[in-house]
Design a protein around this ligand. Structure first.
Ligand code: PLP
Length: 413
């Protein structure tokens, strides 16, 4: 029996733990479907001992899967050497990680300076970027319909979902929304009063919707023309998830602001706001801050993830595995499957009807973790280390789950 058993009571069964959860946890997430007690590689185990293939990786977070030995060794070693010093002081791991992030944000213009502000989450990374835009002397933000940028008041102000926004209004103002992917609508909305345009290269929470070809380049051209910043939210798409370090750089552009979080620390909380060119000089002493952001343990986790992705050639693997998955899912020829969209290992399986939640439920019963960001879309965001064979085992299980989830009177065929 491990030490955790006495500290966190990991020996209790699932039914008991879920009852206690309901008594003490705020009901922000609804009832959890399972209680997990252990993870290794691409698998997790629930409190009753059942094993699952984790195809969601904690919402695109565990890029290297669970308990990756390199990440584990790096975190443990850093924690036993120096754990936290506050941002009154610097640490080598924080500086080294900032150098990595600055480099990936400027691959298309290596001569540009780039600077980093570390946070503990994606919403905080966006909050930092939002505040930076206010220091341009302009105020308006142009955001996208279907966007998701997080839950703090600032991040919510640029998130389009009425359901998330409405109860918390008034939110920080002067935000306008335009249809995602519509170049002419963007051109019409951006003038010299606009501080920034914010967009996701692939709208993950909206059902894995990639920006159309040419859209990012057009957004870069329009913002440059009007002197506005281009702010790309890579919280979900970054860190190799889509087959490149950042999902927007293959389009040849350099953004002024890039936000990251999810995959960066492999589950150890860390986020980053990276600013390039003139945007890198917007913050000055006192204009923003954080107690925990960029602490050496979080930073070393990020460095370890960088190191393993480079060492194991995972970017190429992600591209190949993602294409393989999309092909195999389409090859099922199942009438409930309309399309597979997305990039790399961030994929949305688009269904012909609204059976995504029920399919998700059936897959969980069968030992596969996915999720349903929309009623007709299943999201697959497995660890970047997932093999094609492991993806195939999911593809084999998918038809039965879709059939079990068929709306009554609308079964297979
Ligand atoms: C998850 C997500 C966020 C918010 O990140 P948190 O760490 O949950 O605060 C912001 N933007 C995008 C695109 C995301 O997917």
């Amino acid at each position: 029996m491990n030490q955790l058993a006495s500290i966190a009571d990991t020996t209790a069964g699932q039914a008991e733990l879920l009852g206690r959860y309901g008594d003490v946890m705020m009901n922000t997430f609804g009832a959890p479907k399972r209680v997990f007690v252990r993870g290794e590689g691409v698998h997790v185990w629930d409190a009753d001992g059942k094993r699952y293939l984790d195809l969601l990786s904690g919402i695109a977070v565990n890029a290297l899967g669970h308990a990756h030995p390199t990440v584990l060794a790096a975190i443990t070693s850093q924690l036993s050497t120096l754990g936290h010093v506050s941002n009154f002081f610097a640490t080598p791991s924080q500086i080294a990680l900032a150098e990595k992030l600055a480099a990936i944000a400027t691959v298309n213009s290596p001569e540009l300076p780039a600077k980093v502000f570390f946070t503990n989450s994606g919403t905080e990374a966006n909050e930092a970027a939002f505040k930076a835009t206010r220091l341009t002397g302009r105020r308006r933000i142009v955001a996208m319909e279907g966007s998701f940028h997080g839950r703090t008041m600032g991040a919510l102000a640029i998130t389009s979902s009425e359901k998330y926004r409405k109860p918390f209004e008034p939110l920080p103002g002067d935000v306008v929304f335009v249809p995602f992917g519509d170049v002419e609508a963007l051109r019409a909305a951006v003038d010299q009063t606009v501080a920034a345009v914010v967009l996701e290269p692939v709208q993950g929470e909206n059902g894995v919707i990639p920006a159309p070809d040419g859209y990012l380049a057009a957004a870069r051209e329009i913002t440059t023309q009007q002197g506005a910043l281009l702010w790309v939210d890579e919280v979900q798409t970054g860190m190799g998830r889509c087959g490149s370090w950042l999902a927007h750089t293959p389009s040849g552009i350099t953004a002024d602001l890039v936000t990251m979080a999810k995959g960066l620390g492999n589950g150890f909380p860390i986020g980053a706001c990276i600013a390039t060119g003139r945007a890198a000089e917007l913050f000055t002493p006192g204009s923003h801050g954080t107690t925990f952001g960029g602490n050496p343990v979080a930073a070393i986790a990020g460095l370890a993830v960088f190191g393993v992705i480079e060492r194991d050639g995972l970017l190429e693997h992600v591209t190949q595995a993602g294409e393989h998955l999309a092909e195999q899912v389409m090859a099922l020829g199942h009438p409930a499957i309309k399309q597979v969209r997305g990039r790399g290992l961030l994929r949305g399986i688009v269904l012909a009807d609204e059976r995504a939640a029920a399919t998700n439920e059936a897959l969980l019963e069968a030992g596969f973790i996915t999720n349903a960001p929309r009623s007709d879309v299943l999201r697959i965001a497995p660890p970047l280390i997932t093999s094609s064979e492991q993806l195939d085992s999911f593809v084999s299980a998918l038809p039965a789950a879709l059939d079990a989830a068929a709306p009554s009177g609308n079964g297979r065929g």
